[in-house]
Structures are given as C-alpha cells and as structure tokens.
Design a protein around this ligand. Structure first.
Ligand code: SF4
Length: 574
C-alpha cells in the first residue's frame, strides 16, 4: 500500500509501519494490533469523538487462509460509550479482502472536512466524496455501493446514528452475500462518524492469495483443526440452532436476562427460542435456519429471518439481540424482535445497548412491559432524530440516568449481555473487570457439559476462570477466529496446538507452546495500561449494586464474588 497523502484532513499509513510494536509477538494483527495502536498513539485522556482518537480496522493473522472460521474484522479505538480502550469484531467478507489486498491494518486519523468514504483496491487507496450519502441507512448505502462498485466489494459502513455520534452507534460489515454483520459494541460507529467517514469499500479483484510459508504443514494443521472443532458436541447444537440455542439453555439455567435483570427465567422463552425460530424459517419463503457469515465457516450458526411473505428482515437474528430486546423487555414476539433488529442495523445502533435502554424505559414506566409494538415505535425514533430516539441511541446508561431508573445494568457505561451475573458469576467477574466495560465476548463462563466440574454459580474460584478466559479470548480475537469455533479448543487441548501450528505454518516460524497465553496477556497488558492512564481504577471494576443485593429468581442467587478476588483480576497482568 502506498503512503497516502493527507486528503480532506485524513491520512493513510504505509502498511509496514506497525511491525515495530510487536512486543516480541511476531506480526500482530486483529485485536492485538488495534489495541497496540490505540495504546501507543491515542492520548488516554483524548476525547473519543475528537481528532486525537483513531479508528483502526485489522484482520486477524489467519484471515484469508483456509483455516476454519478465520475472518473476523477487528475494529478498535477509544470508546465514547465506556471511555476505555475498545475492540469490537465482526464476521463478514471484509477482513479476508483486506488481507488479500495486502493490508495489515487501515488506520483512520484526524477528521475529514466533509463526509467521505474510502475505496481500497489493487490501484491503491482513494477518498470518495460522500455528501450525497448523508443520513442514509446501512441497507441503502450498501445497495448503492454495490450498484456503483460491483459485486466484488465488501463494505464497512455506518448509519445515521454513527454520523450523529450516538454513543451506542455500531459499525456494519457486509457478508459475502451482502447481509449485515455488526461490530456493535462500544460506540465505534460514533468514532467513525466523528471522522466524517461514511464507508470503507474494499475490492479485492486481481489481488494475490495470502502467503503461507509452509503450505503442507498448514494444510495438515488446518484439516486437523476443522475435524476437531466439528467433533465437539456444542458445535452440533450451534449448527442446528445457531446462537439462539442459548435462549432455552440460559432460561433452564435461570440466568436469561429478564425484565431488566429482575428475573432469570422468562415465561415466553419458548416463543423466542432457537427451536421456534427454526420451525418458522423452515416454513417461510426465503427463510434459512443455517447461514454462514463468512467464507470458510464450517459451522454456519447464522440464519436469514424472513417475514410470512418471504421478505428478508434480518440476518442473523442472534441470542444477544433476542435476550436484550426479547426477554429483558418481556417481549415474546419473535417477528417484532427481528423488525427491531433490522431498524437497529439500518440506523446503526447496538441492539444490546438499545435493548438495555428499552428495558430501563419500561422499568421507569415509559412503556409497558412486553409491549413490542411500542418498543418498535421507540426504536424508529432513533432514525427520526427525535428526543427519545437520541436518548436510547446513546445506550442503556444514558437512558437510565435520563429516565431516573434506579437499576441500570451497565459497567463503565456499557450494557451487560443477556446472561445474568448472579448465576454466571465468572461472566460477572468478566463484566466487572474486562478492559471494555460489560462485554461477554471478553470471557463468558457459561455452563459446559464437557466440563461438569465447573460451577458457574459458586461464590469463589470465579476470578481465575475469568482471568484465563479474558486472556484466551484476547488471543482468539487477535487471530481472527470466530468465538464459536474457538470454544471446542477449551475442551480439547490438542486443538490449540493445531491452531498454533496454522499460525506457525503461515508465518514460517516456530511459535512456543505458550504462544496463545503470551499473545493474550500482551494484549490485556496494553489495554489495561491505557485504561489506567485514562483514569480507571479498581473501584470502576464493579457490577451495579442491585446485582449484589437483589436475589435472582428462581435460584435466589446474588452476585457475591469477594471483592479481593475481583481486584486480583483487575490487577492482572500489569
Ligand atoms: S460460526 Fe456463526 S458467527 Fe462464526 S463465522 Fe460461522 S456464521 Fe459467522
């Protein structure tokens, strides 16, 4: 990639520049790279929506290869929602195009004077004036880009919420068949909007295959990895039901976020379950109960949710959206949840923080519990730039404070995921101590039939579990491996060796047996240092008090992990 000139206040970096930050980990990518750049180059006290913040896109190390499920795109920056460092990642087609075009990362600096897009292809990088795309939703912008640039592109874009710098604004990423996946959390869409960047279009026609130094070793390791992943019983469930299998599982376990985290079970769970959704999709025209969000996926946990008439509503409808907008708001109408999901994707806001915001509005009496139509109308207000729409578009904490809610389910400004931490206490420690606010993808300690000795609701012993998972998933996010494909590696240790062997064969250099651990720890160190310099202390690593005081029904659990156990995680690995 050539070194682009400053154009309209933005600049483009030469592609080799970031190797100097390797910290002993060779050729870092994905979350390791986005977090390294943020920690080295963004002043910790910078305004997340100001010119000093940076927005970084990077594919994982194995993106573009035939290793299974390796094509996540990491998006990084300082979060306007949490004011911590942030990486959100997404499936889709873009990461693989990025690496085929020879990029380690795209770093967006400064602020453009006018709304622009960035076009990246074999001829280099150019800025595309985009004033005519102002306030367009993601579905429209993607269609326009397809018409203008053809079918070989991948698109990263923001909707109006990003342009308006709403704190829960998301970044949309296209799949190979032009559905929308989302790097949803932390408000990175607002960072993109603050740069006046509407879209990044990648066209990898005529580009080279990704270089693999030792092809034979790579093939062998990649085949063994795929076989091993598919052998795990959990993968069979994800292949059949997708992530929405978790609705009935978490409901049975009594930790499905329900009625703004006041209950652990939802009476209408079966109506919003994966089992129910699949039956619908099997009957409805154009519905698909299995779908893959990226090339090379061997699980296909996604879906295409359609209306009775076969109109595509959203792809895919996932557990976190169903939990936060469904059970958390007592809405048991799967069609309304899907419609709300579509509007969130189009305007460009995180369904999880918006679901949390609707929940606190319901608790404050602005809407009735379970009134899906009123929730749909409220979400439509975001795109109209109406007062209440802007409020929920700024997420759960802002909304809760505005409506005077006493129980606001957030950590550092970010809404919890749809797992109640009183019964999943390891996940609770992760919510409290992750470098990114309440974020289950940083280390979700859910019950696992393959590991029956782990008790997720025990009061002690959760710190080390969360600590291990936080390091593990920091490494996984740096390789670009899909989280679901990474779960079997926790139970079948040989699979970690195959994964590391893939990386080693790709790079053409041996990697130590503790490669994943070292990689994860180095990422967390950089992230924690940044947060510490931004003013965060152990006191910030706490769950809202109501989780410690109110008993969760039906178990009667409270979150009672001792503070010193939580503090030990906060202090590590610095
Ligand atoms: S398992 Fe699901 S999330 Fe992961 S790559 Fe496949 S479709 Fe995407």
């Amino acid at each position: 990639m050539s070194h682009g000139k400053d154009i309209e206040g933005q600049s483009v970096r030469p592609k080799n520049q970031y190797r100097r930050f390797a910290h002993g980990i060779r050729r870092i990518r994905g979350r390791a790279l986005t977090s390294t750049i943020v920690s080295k180059e963004v002043p910790p006290l910078a305004d997340p929506l100001g010119p000093e913040n940076k927005l970084i896109f990077s594919a994982g190390i194995l993106a573009g290869t035939s290793a299974p499920n390796n094509g996540r795109l990491s998006v990084g920056g300082k979060s306007p929602l949490t004011h911590t460092i942030k990486e959100a990642n997404s499936g889709g087609a873009v990461a693989q195009k990025l690496v085929r075009l020879g990029f380690q990362a795209v770093v967006i600096e400064g602020v453009a004077k006018e709304l622009i897009s960035l076009k990246v292809d074999q001829d280099g990088v150019r800025f595309v004036p985009s004033a005519s795309y102002r306030n367009l939703g993601n579905y429209d912008i993607i269609e326009r880009m397809r018409r203008e640039f053809g079918e070989n592109i991948g698109v990263i874009s923001i909707g109006p919420a990003g342009e308006w710098k709403l704190k829960a604004a998301s970044v949309a990423v296209t799949t190979p068949d032009f559905h929308i996946r989302v790097a949803a959390r932390g408000g990175l869409g607002a960072v993109m909007g603050s740069k006046n960047l509407k879209a990044v279009i990648l066209d990898d026609r005529k580009s080279d295959q990704v270089e693999i130094k030792d092809k034979a070793k790579f093939r062998e390791a990649s085949t063994a990895l795929s076989k091993g992943i598919l052998s795990h019983p959990l993968i069979g469930i994800f292949k059949e039901l997708g992530t929405s299998c978790l609705v009935m599982m978490m409901n049975a376990y009594g930790c499905l976020a329900t009625k703004n985290y006041s209950l652990g079970q939802f009476a209408g769970a079966d109506k919003i379950s994966g089992e129910h959704m699949i039956e619908l999709m099997k009957k409805r025209p154009n519905g698909q109960h299995v779908h893959r969000c990226m090339d090379g996926c061997i699980i296909s946990c996604s879906n295409i949710f359609t209306s009775d008439h076969g109109e595509v509503i959203v792809s895919g409808l996932e557990y976190e959206t169903i939990g936060l907008i469904g059970s958390n708001c007592m809405i048991d109408d799967i069609d309304l949840i899907a419609q709300i999901n579509r509007i969130c994707n189009d305007v460009g806001v995180d369904t999880m923080d918006v679901g949390g915001a609707i929940g606190v509005c319901m608790e404050a009496g602005l809407l009735a519990w379970g009134d899906g139509k009123a929730a749909l109308d409220l979400v439509k207000e975001v795109g109209k730039k109406a007062e209440k729409g802007l409020m929920i578009g700024n997420g759960c904490r802002v909304t809760g404070e505005k409506v005077g809610a006493k129980r606001i389910p957030h950590v550092k400004g970010q809404c919890l995921a749809a797992y109640d931490p009183r019964s999943l206490k390891g996940t609770g420690v992760t919510y409290a101590t992750s470098t990114m606010g309440a974020d289950h993808t940083c280390g979700n300690a859910i019950p696992n039939p393959a590991n029956p000795s782990y008790n997720p609701s025990a009061s002690t012993g959760q710190g080390p579990v969360s600590q291990f998972l936080q390091s593990y998933f920091a490494a996984i996010d740096s390789l670009g491996l899909c989280l679901f494909a990474s779960l079997p590696l926790l139970d079948i240790p040989d699979l970690q060796k195959h994964l590391v062997a893939c990386v080693s064969a790709k790079l053409g250099s041996p990697l130590g047996e503790n490669y994943l651990t070292h990689l994860g720890i180095s990422v967390l160190k950089a992230e924690r240092k940044f947060n510490e310099a931004a003013g965060f202390t152990r006191k910030d690593d706490r769950l809202p008090r109501f989780f410690l005081e109110e008993k969760l029904l039906p178990s009667g659990n409270v979150f009672d992990v001792p503070e010193d156990e939580i503090d030990a995680v906060s202090a590590w690995p610095l």
